[in-house]
Design a protein around this ligand. Structure first.
Ligand code: HEM
Length: 387
């Protein structure tokens, strides 16, 4: 009998079948393993996972293609960063979930509270005007004037003031325009206003920064705190009761508060605005929070934010929120300033208009400064040779 004949004999056939039955599952598991490895479980930032094949949630039948794996989406929702072929590495983040929180805050509470703060300030100023009326020069006008601000000081003030007003109006349009102006003027007009407004906002910001530097250099010495300020504050600045005039130097305590709010608020506005103008280049929040952490202040936790460092996109979102908060706070303060510098107080506007103020106004509101100016004028008069 040949070898083949022996294999196909009764006992031989049984042995062949047994061997086949034993080897079949082994062969199948090798094939299945290969298929699983090829379909792969795609995980961002975890390449080893791709080789292990599907575990949970695999596509039925082990067909090739992406798994509907919840882990992938969880990773993506947590901002896992993959790789992209373009230079902008940030594009490797498919979903930045904080963006949704930012949008909800921007379109909700940020807009609402800003609106209420601005309206509240206007209502308070109107109520103050109704109760107190215009603050008059108690002794009436003297008819003679003294120089309060030189040309360069008025130039610095109006550079700052006009640029701030342009920035405020164009900025408010970005915050509220879609709700308030779009329904009134229609999409064409609103689009044109917003486009030109945005361009103006970007460029006028530089004039604002220049004005800020100018007034800081010119007026910082006059705005250092002094003991007179405490007295002025204790007497409510004399604005609440008629006939009360606490002594003050060139700037009183109220004006010093305005000055420092403008300088510090303006600096903060400028930095956050700069970061928005030249995006993804600064890490102000990461840097600031890390500095605060070093002195034991966990600012991020206090604000309900995740701990730093933040991705570039989140830095932009925080900059945008901060820019609006600072802008609205400053606008409320400046509304009060504009009120007192115009309709609220007789004779005040002249200081920034012609630069000359009435002598009685100077004596009532800035007595120490008025006496200094008079003493200087007397000394100059004595020094000048008689004609
Ligand atoms: C139409 C708008 C404005 C008017 C009528 C106005 C009026 C005035 C006047 C009259 C003074 C001098 C007060 C004095 O003699 O003691 C002054 C000072 C000043 N203004 Fe304005 N201003 C306006 C807008 C602004 C804006 C938008 C800013 C800043 C963003 C600003 C910042 C200042 C500062 C820092 C001072 C010096 C500190 C003080 O007097 O409070 N002003 N302004």
């Amino acid at each position: 009998m040949t070898r083949l004949g022996h294999l196909l004999s009764g006992r031989g056939r049984l042995a062949l079948l047994l061997a086949f039955a034993l080897l079949l599952p082994l062969g199948l598991s090798v094939v299945a393993g290969d298929a699983a490895a090829q379909s792969g479980s795609l995980r961002l930032d975890d390449e080893s996972a791709a080789a292990t094949g599907p575990t949970d949630g695999g596509v039925p039948g082990y067909t090739r293609g992406l798994d509907s794996d919840a882990d992938i989406w969880r990773d993506i929702r947590h901002g896992a960063q993959g790789r992209v072929a373009i230079p902008d590495a940030k594009a490797g983040i498919m979903v930045q979930s904080e963006g949704e929180q930012w949008q909800a805050l921007r379109m909700g509470p940020l807009q609402d509270y800003s609106g209420w703060a601005l309206l509240g300030t206007i209502v308070l100023l109107a109520a103050f005007f109704a109760l107190r009326g215009r603050i008059r020069i108690d002794h009436g006008k003297a008819g003679t004037t003294v120089e309060r601000f030189k040309g360069i000081e008025r130039f610095g003030h109006w550079l700052l003031a006009i640029s701030f007003i342009v920035l405020t109006l164009t900025g408010l349009n970005l915050l509220f325009g879609r709700d308030l102006i779009l329904p009134l003027l229609g999409p064409e007009v609103f689009a044109a206003i917003t486009l030109w407004g945005k361009i103006a906002h970007n460029y006028v910001a530089f004039a604002f920064m220049a004005g800020l530097v100018l007034i800081f250099l010119m007026w910082v010495v006059h705005n250092l705190p002094s003991v007179t300020d405490l007295k002025w504050l204790a007497m409510g600045g004399g604005v609440l009761i008629k006939g009360v005039h606490p002594p003050a130097k060139k700037f009183n305590a109220g004006q010093k508060l305005i000055f420092w709010s403008v300088i510090l608020g303006g600096l903060s506005l400028s930095l956050s605005g700069w970061a928005l103008l030249f995006p993804f280049e600064t890490y102000f929040f990461t840097d600031t929070f890390e500095q605060l952490n070093a002195v034991g202040i966990d600012a991020a936790a206090l604000l309900g934010l995740p701990p730093p460092p933040y991705e570039a996109i989140m830095e932009q979102q925080l900059n945008q929120i901060w820019h609006v908060i600072m802008a609205v706070a400053m606008t409320c303060i400046i509304l009060a300033h504009i009120y007192i510098g115009s309709v609220g107080m007789e004779g005040a506007f002249d200081a920034m208009g012609s630069g000359q103020v009435d002598k009685n106004w100077a004596q009532e509101h800035h007595s120490i400064w008025a006496e200094e100016v008079e003493a200087k004028a007397r000394a100059k008069g004595l020094a000048e040779p008689a004609e």
